[in-house]
Design a protein around this ligand. Structure first.
Ligand code: HEM
Ligand code: HEM
Length: 192
């Protein structure tokens, strides 16, 4: 399967990035929501550490994905799609890309403002502080609120996005969902 996208379908690398990031965000969201409910004892630290490393991995993948996207094209929208829908979809995708950066960055910001201990990515790479070190209670609370709010915004926008993908498949009966699915070749439908 070709690595690059063409007029009719997404390339294998774009699909791999899309679905890997979807699965990791799903896991990361569940871990985040569960871990904050656990009793505050030292044995929860490894779970927090895992959440931070996985979150930074998602950030790294988002950077790689967007970089690849600069060299790749996107398939054309179905010819039957009105202009306002095309613009709406592009705006929605831009928002999703923005949140793919903003959610992990706000988590990192929260970790920096808490100034608990040095942040290591998978115990290997020491990450710089985003706040210049030193605990700041007000900043910490703001960062925590931001991380949580942005996460729920991502859930909302991604749910709308998934609903649109399903509407394309079952209502418009076009190839928009099929051509993003792993390992499948989309049949050529009229494109603009
Ligand atoms: C896409 C990536 C990420 C997602 C989807 C995510 C999701 C979440 C969620 C759902 C929570 C629970 C929020 C709440 O109910 O209070 C949470 C909490 C937390 N996240 Fe993330 N997170 C991500 C990345 C990160 C990163 C990169 C870091 C740090 C380097 C981080 C640090 C934290 C911390 C420390 C908490 C606990 C907040 C508290 O104690 O109230 N997260 N995250
Ligand atoms: C965390 C969840 C998700 C995120 C962050 C996300 C993000 C994105 C982004 C940013 C794009 C635009 C790609 C580009 O132009 O480079 C995209 C495309 C797409 N996504 Fe998702 N997505 C998520 C979940 C889903 C789910 C659950 C489905 C299916 C039910 C889905 C189906 C699609 C399809 C079909 C496209 C291609 C749309 C087109 O050809 O215009 N996505 N996604």
């Amino acid at each position: 399967m070709p690595l690059k996208s063409d007029a009719n379908r997404w390339g294998s690398l774009a699909k791999l990035f899309h679905w890997t990031i979807v699965l990791l965000i799903l896991a990361q969201g569940v871990i985040g929501l569960v871990m904050v409910e656990l009793p505050k004892k030292p044995n929860i630290i490894p779970i927090y550490t895992f959440h931070k490393s996985l979150g930074l991995t998602i950030l790294a993948l988002a950077i790689l994905r967007l970089t690849w996207r600069l060299f790749d094209r996107r398939p054309a929208e179905p010819a039957a799609m009105p202009r306002w829908q095309v613009l709406g979809a592009r705006g929605g995708h831009a928002l999703l890309y923005g949140l793919l950066f903003a959610v992990p960055l706000s988590g990192w910001w929260f970790d920096s403002a808490s100034s608990l201990r040095p942040l290591y990515w998978w115990g290997l790479v020491k990450m710089p502080s985003l706040t210049g070190g030193g605990a700041d209670k007000a900043l910490k609370e703001l960062a925590q609120e931001t991380h949580e709010t942005l996460f729920w915004l991502l859930v909302l926008v991604a749910a709308g996005h998934a609903a649109m993908a399903l509407a394309h498949h079952f209502y418009n009966r076009d190839d928009v969902l099929r051509r993003m699915l792993p390992g499948r070749r989309a049949s050529a439908t009229p494109t603009r």
